[in-house]
Design a protein around this ligand. Structure first.
Ligand code: FBP
Length: 338
């Protein structure tokens, strides 16, 4: 088994134009090891519970949301590998302090995903997206982060579960690394992950009445199982943590979605494009799956805001093709009845 560092070195040797990516990803890995430690000792050191503040999304921040955010800022700011950072927990982009050199990468991250699970010892994670930066030592602007997901040069997540798993793509397949606490290294435990087809779907079904017709039809048909139009039985899972639910879909196939919700027509989705949907979608596509909003491929969306939300449906190609076809049929019907 090779370590994460060995894999990154091999990658840089094969892709000299990506020089510097090894150190940059290692920064993220070191930061996540610190978060793993904080998460693991949470109740012992009094860092569970709400922090009494809200973030730019209007969500109550957990103490560990803020601590994890600070860990990543501290770890990435001084290394010289990054030109700018964006976080779910911060309204504006974080500028690298002037006394540190700027690097050639930008990072957008969700420091702790699945905040609702933190105090329950349920799976939580960290998600990151890496973009190239061509501005040299100039300070980046929001617009430097507003690039379609296709421009990502790396994406990944860390799942803090019974073991700590680091899943990464650099655009040449998806690899999974497991943290060995006795040695303090991530070792590659799965190479070139390819997502199987399967009958698993993952959605917060309590929102059913707020969904658009194609999504309701998709879930109705899954529930109808082999007696229904799909002719096979489906299983449903929801952990309330995108990293955990997506990890299962990556490993076992099926689909994960947080669809459009008619309750807030101005907010087209719950999950954030730059640091939740784009990185996860790059991983799913690299593993042979697909990811769509209710209008286009997620990775083709032109972002307009750092904290923009989009409807997300991603997973095994056969399921997403089917869901996309339901959306197209619905659109056609609506057009013909106008
Ligand atoms: P954050 O915890 O980072 O805000 O992420 C949002 C999230 O918790 C996802 O991880 C998860 O898929 C979803 O929201 C859960 O939503 P709900 O509470 O509606 O089930």
């Amino acid at each position: 088994m090779i370590t994460l560092s060995q894999y990154l070195l091999e990658y840089e040797r094969k892709n000299p134009e990506k020089a510097g990516i090894k150190l940059a990803i290692e920064d993220l890995a070191k930061g996540c090891i610190r978060i793993m430690d904080l998460v693991g000792r949470g109740p012992l050191i009094g860092i569970h519970g709400a922090a009494g503040e809200t973030n730019v999304q209007g969500e109550d921040q957990q103490k560990l949301d803020i601590l994890s955010n600070q860990v990543l800022l501290d770890m990435l700011a001084w290394s010289g590998n990054w030109a700018g950072l964006a976080s779910e927990e911060m309204e504006h982009i974080y500028h690298i302090p002037a006394h540190y050199p700027k690097g050639k990468f930008l990072c957008a991250f969700d420091p702790l995903d699945g905040s609702g699970n933190i105090d329950l010892n349920m799976p939580i994670g960290t998600i990151f997206s890496v973009l190239p930066y061509e501005g040299g030592q100039e300070a980046p602007h929001n617009s430097d982060f507003l690039r379609p997901g296709r421009d990502q040069i790396a994406a990944g997540y860390v799942l803090y579960g019974s073991s700590t798993t680091f899943v990464l793509t650099l655009g040449e397949g998806v690899h999974s690394f497991t943290f060995d606490r006795s040695i303090g290294e991530f070792f590659r435990t799965e190479k070139n992950l390819k997502m199987p087809d399967s009958q698993n779907y993952s959605v917060n079904a309590s929102n059913y009445r707020h969904w658009k017709a194609p999504v309701r039809q998709y879930v109705d048909e899954c529930k109808a199982g082999k007696d229904g139009p799909r002719g096979k039985d489906y299983n449903m899972r929801w952990m309330g943590c995108m990293v955990a639910d997506s990890h299962r879909v990556l490993a076992k196939g099926g689909m994960f979605m947080y669809p459009y919700d008619e309750r807030n027509p101005n907010q087209t989705g719950k999950l954030r494009l730059l640091y939740e949907c784009n990185p996860m979608s790059m991983i799913i596509e690299q593993a042979g799956g697909r990811s769509i909003t209710d209008k286009e491929n997620t990775l083709d969306v032109q972002p307009t805001d750092l904290h923009q939300r989009v409807p997300l449906m991603m997973g095994s190609k056969v399921e997403i093709d089917y869901l996309e076809a339901l959306h197209k049929a619905d659109k056609k019907t609506k057009k013909s009845t106008k």
